[in-house]
Design a protein around this ligand. Sequence first.
Ligand code: UTP
Length: 410
Amino acid sequence: MNYTEAKAKLDACGQTHLLRFYDTLSDTEQYQLLEQIAALDVHLLDVFADFKGKGETKRGKLEPLGALTIEEITDNKEKFKSAGLEAIRQGKVGAVLLAGGMGTRLGFDKPKGMYNIGLTKQLSIFECLIHNLMQVVDEAGAFVPLFVMTSEKNDEDTRDFFEENKYFGYNPEYVHFFVQEMAPAVDPDGKILLEEKGRIATSPNGNGGWFISLVKAGFLGLLQREGIEWLNIFAVDNVLQRIADPCFIGATLLSGCESGSKVVSKADPQERVGVLCLEDGKPSIVEYYEMTEEMIHNREADGRLSYNYGVILNYLFRVDKLTELMNNRLQVHVVNKKVPYIDENGTLVKPEQPNAYKFETLVLDMIHLQENCLSYEVDRKKEFAPVKNPDGVDSVVSARELLQQNGVAL
Ligand code: UTP
């Protein structure tokens, strides 16, 4: 895109201030800024205008959704497990590690997966996750293709770290990296911010774009060629995560559902987790802050909370269904965050308080695009140790305790 075209694009959406410092930039910087403007998704500005007008979108009719309980899973364990192992051996299952986030709450300046969760030895989160996956590989006698989503902010560090650590014993031929897309940040008036005089302030566009980014990176051919029918999506920060869990895979396959979600019973009614439920008859996730008092406290005849099953970002999706749904736009969530920016005088401002809005799509919204979803309960003490914060709830401290309780040497 040349300057005139960029100016016209920005004129049309009231963003010409992005060219304010253009004349002071080097040739390379000018080129890079024009490239960024060319790639700018102006649809997000409409999303922001809507958001300011009426806030987040209204939900449909919500109803509780039960789960295949731990007891039921235990009773059918052998059947589920052998179906899952068979699918893995046939190469039908891949795994997708979502590692493109900024991990701002943890406050670690490298990719979150590089964080050392060890106490007496070096044990990075990535290593921890690969060890978990290796247990399945050993049991199945087959590698599970692993796709790792990074962002342009952490891609190089992540790849180097895997390389330096020899993929933590995993077969590198089965590890594929791809980079997710970025989205701009806007100020409260909807003006896009600059992070440098020649650079738009951008951040990873949420974890909902993972399949599109995987396809854009050219991996659809590989999925089809290799006959990968299911993808297990998981977050980088749950260090107790069971990845490509044969039992979960087998249960989902045998259920006939087109997706599956691992869930945990809520620790207490007020726990701040998204809950798997039905929305207008289809699976969906309701966030804790969207729930009414009645939804929070209501119980079923067996005493369990009606909205009991919290999601832990471990889902199974069918590749054919994902391909079919690829062009559906996911809801864009607008989130208020601290974003450093260059003011009109060219000075860098580092805000103390949230000053800007970012745009994110979320993998959990993909669940609502599915006809059905197997809600699969797991024991939170064995499978849920998220590392979001340095200490307190969902932290390095709580995750270490849980790892130790599960016999992991730290
Ligand atoms: P979180 O919602 O915890 O976000 O991500 P985050 O960016 O890692 O952390 P905070 O909120 O800034 O502290 C849940 C999962 O989704 C991935 C993360 O890497 C994590 O595995 N994710 C998140 C992406 O891959 N891309 C994104 O744009 C956002």
